[in-house]
Design a protein around this ligand. Structure first.
Ligand code: UDP
Length: 326
């Protein structure tokens, strides 16, 4: 059970839904299921399976009365996708095809899909609205674009499909219980897990990729969203689909841009320690600024991100410093 899926499970169970999780545990731990049960005091049905195995999915759809699917299963490291493109297309695209095929066969046509702001490629301006041109700069982004396209084609083929494409900006934070959070197996690539590791002492310093961007302080600006706010957006999207057919795409962010240095200082305040850093050259493929226009999601879903940067950092630090990640 991965990072965003696990937090969404908590919100689904809290909202009274029954949840069946399918995960091959390629980048997560089975122990997360019991943590979710501990937080919610509800039962979670966990099946260790790979979505590429369509026959397994078919039998799951036969054995349970499933109303809707939330699809979080995919590889997500940009750099790795450039080194192993086939594995990204195989896991993300082939896996999605198997899932959608099994859904079609079972007559389950409601899905919330984990897309990403990466589908906007290098946006010409910020904030980004959902009607910006779409493009990809790496196989990971390409796989998200392909899956969005496949879902759009499904909706054209059959008006019974109800599809929400949630384009996540930068998910960070952890559950306030400290029991679940981001737990990348191997070296992390994203900013917050790296800062947290420096704070914990397992890394010497943070390398900041570029201080000459045309931004508030020269460092890259992103739209960081608390994972619990993001999880809540899934519940709202599912509710919306009950009254809406076809495909709809929503930006899920806060609408606020934050620089690397701003995050770093917020984290220092959260952990009460200095975080050593060093400026290095820009990371190839990085853009200067990326933040969302979230008015569509706010309007259609009656949803809004509630948690700010300080809370995101406090929650990551609680999760990291409790050391309950195995
Ligand atoms: N970043 C950084 N050092 C790192 C990792 C990330 O300076 O070790 C910067 C990166 O250049 C970007 C921001 O932090 O401006 C967020 O990076 P991340 O990889 O988390 O998200 P993405 O770039 O995919 O939005």
């Amino acid at each position: 059970m991965g990072y965003i899926g696990s937090h969404t499970c908590v919100e689904l169970l809290d909202a009274g839904h029954d949840v069946i999780v399918v995960d091959n545990l390629s980048n997560s731990l089975a122990s997360v299921a019991s943590r979710i049960e501990q937080i919610t005091r509800k039962k979670l049905d966990f099946i260790n399976a790979d979505i590429r195995h369509q026959t397994v999915l078919q039998s799951i759809f036969k054995q349970h009365q499933i109303e809707a699917v939330m699809h979080f299963a995919g590889l997500k490291a940009v750099g790795e996708s450039l080194e192993q493109p086939l594995s990204y297309y195989e896991n993300n695209v082939t896996g999605s095809l198997a899932l959608f095929g099994a859904m079609l066969e079972a007559g389950v046509k409601t899905i919330v899909f984990s897309s990403s702001a990466t589908v906007y490629g290098e946006p010409a301006t910020v904030p980004i609205t959902e009607d910006f041109p779409l493009s990809a700069t790496n196989p990971y982004g390409e796989s998200k674009l392909m899956i969005e396209k496949i879902l759009r084609d499904l909706a054209i083929s059959d008006s019974g499909w109800r599809i929400a494409l949630l384009r996540y900006f930068n998910p960070v934070g952890a559950h306030e219980s400290g029991l679940i959070g981001e737990n990348p197996l191997g070296a992390p690539n994203n900013l917050l897990p790296l800062i947290a590791q420096v704070a914990e002492g397992c890394r010497d310093l943070l390398r900041i990729y570029g201080n000459d961007y045309p931004t508030v302080d020269g460092t890259g600006v992103r739209d960081y969203i608390h994972v619990v706010d993001l999880a809540c957006a899934h519940i709202k999207a599912l509710e919306k689909l009950a009254s809406q057919q076809g495909v709809v795409a929503y930006n899920i962010g806060t609408g606020q841009g934050t620089s690397v240095l701003e995050i770093l200082h917020a984290f220092e305040a959260a952990c009460q320690k200095p975080i050593p850093y060093q400026f290095v050259t820009r990371r190839p493929g990085d853009i200067a600024q990326c933040f969302a226009d979230v008015s569509l999601a706010e309007h259609d879903l009656a949803w809004r991100a509630k948690k700010g940067i300080a809370e995101m950092c406090v929650d990551v630090w609680r999760w990291q410093s409790r050391g309950v990640r195995s």
